[in-house]
Write a protein that binds this ligand. Structure first.
Ligand SMILES: [Mn+2]
Length: 350
């Protein structure tokens, strides 16, 4: 049995980067010849998007060689009204008592609802009791794992509410083979429940906010092997700290270009620029340098922070020149001398 597991696509409209990510996930599932594709919540960003996209989703998910199993999450808990048709291969897990089974393997879903930790515990106990038959069971869950200690930002959300909180220990008692979870956007995370069983967050398959750094992945589960993060080519952010060296001519264009070239096709660079430059040497004021950095922004580059300072006031100070000579003569490694110099500059500027 081979399962591809994703979550948190947060679909809003056809044709955007999230829509493109859905297509990549479908192609990946087909290429991997999986037996089932699972989406553990927040397939849609909101019920209105689900209503709008239904005919297109039906088209996208038709003719697939595998079933698509969808669990409602906190964003799309109300997105699947009775009687709505999503396509003949789509299996909605809206009822915790009704699993979808492929032969001996059953997928059970705990659809999102407003519940505190005690209630989640109770729901899990009830679900565990239902899985008394033979065969393998998978639990689909959309909520936050309290053990991770992540803040609300990692879940890609705007409000600070808690969503179906549960601790890893709460999943120990059930007979499930694995917990296929959703809600954590940040990145792929496979946490051992005990022995060979895992609780897995695949991470969002496309960056939903700027908190989702790094290439996106889906979870590939095959028989008894541990879960595997399979990287996919979708839109994502990468951060880059551009640190200016006060002793060298700043070449932000060149450095940023090199970083962009190293990104995958969907990569967008978030640049945090800091450090010191000698404005007199490059004939730019602080404002002009700031504008020059801003002008490097394009559809793949964003200057998320600019903390660069002009040191022309002290660049010709005899004491400063002396310090530089000493550092240069001391054969201190470049990175270390840049740090030392940074501290000295900081003190002198103040
Ligand atoms: Mn989400």
């Amino acid at each position: 049995m081979k399962i591809l597991h994703s979550a948190d696509t947060h679909l809003r409209e056809a044709g955007d980067e999230r829509w493109a990510a859905l297509k990549v996930v479908l192609e990946t599932a087909a290429a991997q010849k999986v037996d089932a594709l699972v989406f553990s919540g927040d397939f849609f960003d909101d019920p209105a998007a689900a209503e709008r996209l239904r005919p297109l989703i039906r088209e996208q998910l038709s003719g697939l060689p595998f079933p698509v199993i969808i669990l409602p999450g906190n964003h799309d808990a109300e997105a699947y009204p009775d009687g709505a048709f999503w396509g003949e291969r789509v299996q909605l897990l809206r009822d915790p008592e009704q699993p979808f089974c492929l032969g001996e393997t059953c997928f059970w879903g705990l659809p999102f609802r407003e519940a505190g930790e005690a209630e989640v515990q109770q729901l899990l106990t009830q679900m565990a009791q239902r899985m008394d038959g033979p065969g393998r069971h998978f639990l689909l869950f959309h909520g936050e794992l309290t053990n991770l200690g992540y803040g609300w930002g990692e879940y890609g959300r705007e409000s600070r509410k808690r969503y179906m909180p549960a601790s890893l220990e709460m999943f120990e008692a059930g007979p499930w083979q694995a917990v296929l979870a959703g809600h954590l956007h940040r990145k792929f995370a496979a946490l051992p429940i005990d022995g060979e069983r895992y609780f897995i967050y695949p991470g969002s398959p496309v960056a939903i906010t700027r908190n989702e750094i790094g290439r996106r992945a889906v979870n590939l589960l095959e028989d008894d092997a541990p879960p595997r993060a399979l990287e996919i080519e979708t839109a994502y952010y990468q951060t880059y700290r551009l640190r200016l060296d006060p002793l060298r001519k700043p070449e932000p264009e060149k450095e940023i270009r090199a970083r962009v070239e190293a990104l995958g096709p969907g990569g967008m660079l978030l640049v945090e620029a800091s450090g010191f430059f000698n404005g007199a040497a490059i004939q730019l004021t602080e404002e002009q340098f700031f504008r020059k950095l801003k002008s490097l922004e394009n559809e793949r580059v964003e200057l998320s922070r600019i903390e660069c300072r002009d040191i022309r006031r002290i660049a010709d100070d005899p004491l400063f020149r002396k310090i530089i000579r000493e550092i240069q003569n001391s054969r201190t490694p470049r990175e270390r001398s840049r740090q030392i110099l940074g501290r000295i500059l900081q003190a002198m500027m103040e």
